[in-house]
Write a protein that binds this ligand. Structure first.
Ligand code: PGA
Length: 322
């Protein structure tokens, strides 16, 4: 009996996961079933493919070599299936998409419109911060990432989507706690100089966040060293902390619509704000796109303005201005 494609796929999953348990989860198999497939594959080679050190499973040099070949086989099979689908005139497959957290406020409108137009595509959306999104792109785990600050040390191509207006935000409770009264500032139509905020507590996003980089740059540019009592891992956590009166922070207007309307959060009228960065869809330069990725890119090129107008009419002109 010779080894099967299924056994190679099981080996590939084990090699990627570094664990039989996680490979079993990934393959929707039981752990003993994975072990049996691995054992049967091993019987074809009279050199060990894996070894266990402590409780961890590692590939041997021969295992590494086999893994490299299997990856090439997998990608050839995928290309073969995609080419046949294209000949049949159907586009199928997975579209892997990674967005930074604010992307969840707008990207579903684009992905949803695309999914309606091309129903054979399974869209897999991951939400994370800028550093992780770039890593997923680099590791070819995702087809596209949506970020607002371009990577400096990665060769990518990009499609601008729309502007990202960043604002400094406070709340009635933060106002009481810090003495920053957005109402007072706006009534007197005074623009607050950024430096005037130097004694107020700022809430910062986590390491790896692009919004954090922008805020740290502003501190540097204005030569201030504010108190930073909290570093929090998501936009939502930042908003809750501002509502609770813990400080002020920099947030994308996209994530504020309902809180501004119900008065829970207030935008500080600071000179130079809103500060505009650019939402863009980026992909690795030189990587051959899958048919799903290529068709999504074409869809975005043709439809991005219509969809922006349709769903973000309240600020569409600002968002699309060059
Ligand atoms: P993030 O978003 O702060 O969630 O990482 C950064 C970005 O706008 O690229």
């Amino acid at each position: 009996m010779s080894y099967t494609l299924h056994q190679l796929r099981v080996f590939e999953a084990v090699a990627r996961a570094g664990s039989i348990t996680r490979a079993a989860e990934h393959m929707h198999m039981t752990q003993p079933a994975v072990s049996i497939q691995l054992k049967q594959l091993q019987e074809h080679f009279d050199i060990p493919l894996t070894e266990v050190v402590g409780r961890k499973l590692y590939l041997t040099q021969a295992g590494d070599e086999l893994f490299a070949h299997i990856q090439r086989i997998s990608s050839t099979i995928q290309e073969m299936e995609e080419s046949l689908d294209e000949l049949r005139g159907t586009i199928r497959g997975n579209l892997h998409f990674t967005v930074v957290s604010t992307g969840t406020y707008f990207m579903p409108y684009f992905l949803g419109a695309y999914a309606q137009q091309v129903p054979g595509i399974n869209v897999q959306l991951q939400v994370t911060n800028r550093d992780q999104a770039l890593r997923q792109l680099q590791d070819k785990i995702t087809d596209f990432a949506v970020v607002s600050i371009s990577p400096e040390d990665m060769e990518v191509e990009s499609l601008p989507i729309m502007k990202n207006p960043l604002v400094l935000v406070t709340s009635p409770l933060t106002g009481q706690a810090t003495g920053i009264d957005a109402g007072k500032w706006s009534e007197s139509s005074t623009s607050i100089p950024f430096r005037a905020l130097k004694d107020y507590p700022f809430i910062l996003r986590e390491q790896g966040s692009g919004t954090r980089l922008v805020l740290l740059d502003l501190f540097k540019k204005h030569k201030i060293d504010p108190k930073i009592p909290f570093e929090l891992g998501t936009n939502e956590a930042i908003k809750q902390a501002i509502k609770a009166g813990l400080g002020i922070s920099l947030i994308s207007s996209f994530s504020l619509k309902s809180e501004i309307m119900n008065g829970e959060l207030e935008v500080l009228p600071v000179k130079g704000f809103p500060m505009m960065t650019q939402w863009q869809m980026i992909w690795l330069k030189g990587r051959k796109p899958s048919p799903a990725a290529r068709s999504f890119l074409e869809f975005m090129q043709a439809q991005k303005e219509n969809i922006t107008r349709q769903h973000f009419g309240w600020m569409a002109d600002t968002l699309m201005k060059d």
